[in-house]
Design a binder for this molecule. Structure first.
Ligand code: GLN
Ligand code: ZN
Length: 763
C-alpha cells in the first residue's frame, strides 16, 4: 500500500493567527507563554487536519515562529555572538533579534540578512557563518515537536534543511570556504539524529532542494561526504527530499547517497520518473511529488495515478509514498473558505487541504478502492469543465496574439535617435532628478482606502481624498525642484493587485494568504483566463496629475513579468503565453497614456531577475520571452516618448545583456547598498542607454548626507557618461514618512546640482 505524506504545511494559520499573535507579541501586548500557546494550538490543528484528510505520516518541525533556516542555525548554535548574548537573558528576544534586529537596552543590532527561497516568494533568513564556526546541538525544537505529535498518537517525521543545503544557503561572512565547516555541521546533525532516534522517531526528512540546482564537483563531493558520515550515526531512517526541479545531472549523486528514501518533484520535472526508477536502489522508499505544491489548481489525477502505477509496478506499493511536490508552505490553506469566488472557478482550485485530499484519493485508487475511482472521475470532469470553460477563453485576445508581428516589439528608431528626440521634447537638465513612483502611504491613506473598501467612504469622497494627496505630492516635488515628477500611487494598494483587479482573467481570494517572511503574508491574484484590459487603468490619474504641473509627469505601470511572477498562474498554457497577453494589455495602457499627453512612462519589473529559472540551461529561453514581452508592452509609442524601467536590485552580472536588450530609454535600480556591484557589471558591459543608479537607500529611515550621494554619483561617472546618468532613490518611497522623504529628496536634488556644476566645470 502506498502511503500518503506531506513535506510541510502552511504555518501561518487559516486566518493568519500566527501573524496576529507575533505582531501582538512584538508590540508587547501578548506574553511569551501566550505566543507559545498560539503556536502549539496552530501546530496541533494543522497536524490534526493532515491526519483527518488521510495523511499516513505528517511532518513536524516544519513549523516556525519566523523561519526554519533560522531555527536550524539556532538549533546548532550557529548564530552570531551578538544575538546569543540577548538570548542568554531571554531566548525568544534573542531569536527575534536575529530575525528582525534589536534596538533597545543599549543594543543596536541589525537583523540577519534575508533572501528568497529558491524561485518562490518565501524569504528565509541567511545564517551567518565564519571560519572555525562551532556547531553543537543547542536546542531541542525538532525533538519537542516530535514528542508533542507523538503524544497525540500521530506518526510524525521531523523535517530539517539537509546539512549541505543549509551550508550552501548560509553566508560565510569572512569569505572562508564553507565546506571547511561541513564535518562539524554534520557532527551536530548526527547528534540530533541520535536524540530523535531515542525519542522514537522512525523517519527524519532532510530537505536538499539544492540538488535541483547546477552543482559543481566540489559540491557533489560534499554531498557524498556529508551523507556518508550521517550514515554512520544512529538515527531514524532518512528521507532525502528534493524539489523545485529535476535532479538531472545530480541524479546519480542523489541516488547513491546512503539514505533510506528519496523524494522527487514530478510536477516541475515529470520526465524524470523513469530515470529515477532506474537509478534508485530497490530497497529505498520512493516519495513521488505528484501534486503541485507551488500552485492552486486541482491536479490532473489521471496523470498522477499513472505515475504512481508506473512506480508501483517497478518497485511494489510498499516502498512508495505519495506527496505534494514540495512543502505546501507556498499555497494557501483551504479553498473551501473561498465562498465569494465564482463557483466555477472555485471548483478548479485546490489549496493545501484539498491537495492532501487528492493524495489520499490517489493512494486509495492505487489500492483499487472504488470510492476513490469515483473521486478520480469527478476530478477528471472538473478538469474537463475547466479546459472547455468559456471563462478562460477570450477569442479577441487569442486573435490579437496571433496577429502580433516582430515589428510590434521594436521601437521605430534605435536609442540614439530616440534620445535626440527626447532631449528636444523634454528639456531636461543633465543628470535629471526623479523618483521611482510611490510617495508615503501614510496612515491616512491606508485608512481612507479601507473605509472605501468597506463602503464607509463613498466613491466621490475617496476620489477627492486621493486628488488632494496627489496634489500635495505634486506640490512637494515642485518645491523640491525635481525634474520628472510622479503622481505618488496613492490609489494603489499593491503594484500587482491594482492592475489585476482591473484586468479580465484575474480573480482574488479572500483568505488565500501565503507567507512571504516572518509574519508577512501576500495574497497573490489568481490568473485563470485570457488576460484583457476592458478599460484604461491609470490614465485618469496621470491626466489629473499632469494637469497640476508643467513638469513632465511620469506614468507608472507594473510590467508583465512582475505581474506574472507575483500571481498564481494558469497551468494550462506556457508562462510565456500568459506573459504575452499581459504585455498586450499593458501595451494598450502605454499607448493610452501617451495619447493623454504623458511623455515619460515607467514599467516596473522588480521581478524580472527573480523569475530567472534555477537551472542555467533554461535561462536563455526565459530571458528571450521576458525581454520580448517587455518590448511588446512598450514599443507602441513614438520615439519622443521616453520609456523607463525599474528593477529593485543591481546584481545584473548574468542578465545584463538581456537588460540592455529590453532597450528601455532609462533604467533605474538599487545601488546605494551595493555600490560596487553596479560598477562591476557596467564596467565590463558598455550599457548603451540611460541609467538611474539609486543614490539612497529607501529601506532605512536614515536621511543620507549630500556628500554620500555625490560620492555615489562620482563613482557612477567613472563607468557612465554624464548624459547617461539619472539621479533617483533606490526604490519607491511608500514605506517612508513625509519628513524623511522631503529631507532626503532635498539633499538628492542638491547632490544632482553639485554634480552638474562639476561636470560643467570639467567640460
Ligand atoms: N513604482 C513602484 C513604487 O515606487 C515600484 C516598486 C518596486 O519596484 N518594488 O512603489
Ligand atoms: Zn524597486
Amino acid at each position: 500500500m502506498a502511503q500518503v505524506t506531506c513535506l510541510g504545511f502552511p504555518r501561518i494559520g487559516r486566518r493568519r493567527e500566527l501573524k496576529v499573535a507575533l505582531e501582538k507579541y512584538w508590540k508587547g501586548t501578548l506574553d511569551a507563554a501566550a505566543l507559545h500557546e498560539v503556536a502549539r494550538n496552530l501546530r496541533q490543528a494543522h497536524w490534526q487536519l493532515q491526519r483527518a484528510t488521510g495523511a499516513d505520516s505528517i511532518p513536524v518541525n516544519d513549523f516556525s515562529l519566523y523561519d526554519t533556516m533560522l531555527d536550524t542555525a539556532w538549533l546548532f548554535g550557529a548564530v552570531p555572538e551578538r544575538y546569543q548574548q540577548i538570548a542568554a537573558a531571554d531566548p525568544l528576544a534573542g531569536y527575534f533579534a536575529s530575525a528582525r534586529g534589536y534596538h533597545a537596552d543599549g543594543h543596536d543590532l541589525h537583523a540577519l540578512e534575508m533572501t528568497k527561497w529558491f524561485d518562490t516568494n518565501y524569504h528565509y533568513i541567511v545564517p551567518e557563518l565564519r571560519r572555525g564556526q562551532i556547531f553543537a546541538l543547542s536546542g531541542d525544537k525538532p525533538i519537542a515537536e516530535f514528542l508533542e505529535a507523538k503524544a497525540l498518537g500521530l506518526a510524525a517525521r521531523p523535517v530539517l534543511p539537509g546539512p549541505v543545503t543549509f551550508l550552501l544557503l548560509a553566508k560565510c561572512v569572512d569569505g572562508s570556504n564553507r565546506f571547511d565547516l561541513l564535518d562539524g555541521l554534520v557532527g551536530a546533525y548526527a547528534d540530533l539524529l541520535g536524540k530523535l532516534h531515542d525519542a522514537g522517531a522512525e523517519w527524519v526528512q532532510l530537505d536538499e532542494p539544492c540538488l535541483a540546482l547546477d552543482l559543481d564537483d566540489a559540491t557533489r563531493a560534499a554531498y557524498r561526504r556529508a551523507y556518508a558520515a550521517l550514515a554512520q550515526a544512529r538515527g531514524p531512517r532518512r528521507l532525502l527530499a528534493t524539489y523545485f526541479g529535476p535532479l538531472d545531472d545530480n541524479l546519480a549523486t542523489a541516488a547513491a547517497l546512503p539514505v533510506d528514501g528519496l523524494h522527487v518533484d514530478l510536477v516541475r520535472a515529470p520526465d524524470q520518473l523513469d530515470a529515477v526508477l532506474d537509478a534508485l536502489p530497490a530497497e529505498r522508499v520512493l516519495s513521488l511529488g505528484v501534486v503541485d505544491g507551488r500552485n492552486v489548481w486541482r491536479s490532473d489525477l489521471d496523470t498522477a495515478l499513472a505515475f504512481a502505477r508506473r512506480a508501483a509496478k517497478r518497485r511494489g506499493g510498499d516502498q512508495l509514498w505519495l506527496a505534494p511536490s514540495c512543502s505546501l508552505l507556498h499555497v494557501p490553506y483551504d479553498a473551501a473558505d473561498e465562498d465569494a469566488l465564482q463557483p466555477d472557478i472555485r471548483g478548479w482550485l485546490a489549496f493545501a487541504r484539498q491537495k492532501l485530499e487528492e493524495l489520499r484519493v490517489l493512494a486509495d485508487a492505487l489500492a483499487g478502492d472504488t470510492a476513490a475511482r469515483a473521486a478520480i472521475a469527478a476530478a477528471r470532469a472538473a478538469l474537463a469543465q475547466r479546459r472547455s470553460s468559456r471563462l478562460a477563453v477570450n477569442r479577441a485576445v487569442r486573435q490579437r496574439i496571433d496577429a502580433v508581428t516582430p515589428e510590434m516589439s521594436r521601437r521605430h528608431s534605435t536609442y540614439p535617435e530616440r534620445h535626440r528626440q527626447q532631449v528636444a521634447a523634454l528639456h531636461l537638465p543633465l543628470l535629471p532628478t526623479t523618483t521611482i513612483g510611490s510617495f508615503p502611504q501614510t496612515h491616512a491613506v491606508r485608512q481612507a482606502r479601507a473605509a472605501h473598501r468597506s463602503g464607509k467612504l463613498g466613491d466621490a469622497e475617496y476620489r477627492k481624498f486621493l486628488e488632494a494627496e496627489t496634489g500635495r505630492a505634486v506640490r512637494e516635488q515642485e518645491q523640491l525642484g525635481l525634474d520628472v515628477l510622479v503622481h505618488g500611487e496613492f490609489e494603489r494598494n499593491d503594484m500587482v493587485e491594482y492592475f489585476g483587479e482591473q484586468l479580465d482573467g484575474f480573480t482574488f481570494t479572500r483568505h488565500g494568504w501565503v507567507q512571504s517572511y516572518g509574519s508577512r503574508c501576500v495574497k497573490p491574484p489568481i490568473i485563470y483566463g485570457d488576460v484583457a484590459r476592458p478599460h484604461a487603468m491609470t490614465v485618469d490619474w496621470l491626466r489629473y496629475a499632469q494637469s497640476l504641473t508643467d513638469k513632465p509627469m511620469k506614468g507608472m505601470l507594473t510590467g508583465p513579468v512582475t505581474i506574472l511572477k507575483w500571481s498564481f498562474v494558469r497551468d494550462d498554457q506556457p508562462l510565456a503565453a500568459t506573459c504575452r497577453q499581459l504585455a498586450l494589455a499593458l501595451r494598450d495602457e502605454v499607448c493610452d497614456l501617451e495619447a493623454a499627453g504623458i511623455r515619460i512612462i515607467q514599467i516596473d519589473e522588480p521581478a524580472f531577475r527573480e523569475a530567472l529559472p534555477l537551472r542555467r540551461s533554461e535561462r536563455k529561453a526565459y530571458l528571450a520571452w521576458a525581454v520580448a514581452c517587455f518590448r511588446l508592452a512598450v514599443s507602441g509609442v513614438r520615439d519622443a516618448t521616453q520609456i523607463h524601467t525599474h528593477m529593485c536590485y543591481s546584481e545584473f552580472g548574468d542578465i545584463i545583456e538581456a537588460v540592455a536588450a529590453m532597450d528601455a530609454d532609462v533604467i533605474s535600480m538599487e545601488t546605494s547598498r551595493s555600490r560596487m556591484e553596479l560598477l562591476d557589471a557596467f564596467a565590463q558591459f558598455h550599457y548603451p542607454n540611460e541609467i538611474g543608479p539609486g543614490v539612497y537607500d529607501i529601506h532605512s529611515p536614515r536621511v543620507p548626507e549630500v556628500a554620500e550621494m555625490t560620492d555615489l554619483l562620482q563613482r557612477a561617472r567613472k563607468v557612465l557618461q554624464p548624459q547617461q546618468i539619472w539621479v533617483n532613490p533606490d526604490c519607491g518611497l511608500k514605506t517612508r514618512d513625509w519628513p524623511e522623504v522631503k529631507a532626503a529628496l532635498g539633499r538628492m536634488v542638491e547632490a544632482a546640482r553639485a554634480m552638474r556644476a562639476e561636470v560643467a566645470g570639467a567640460a
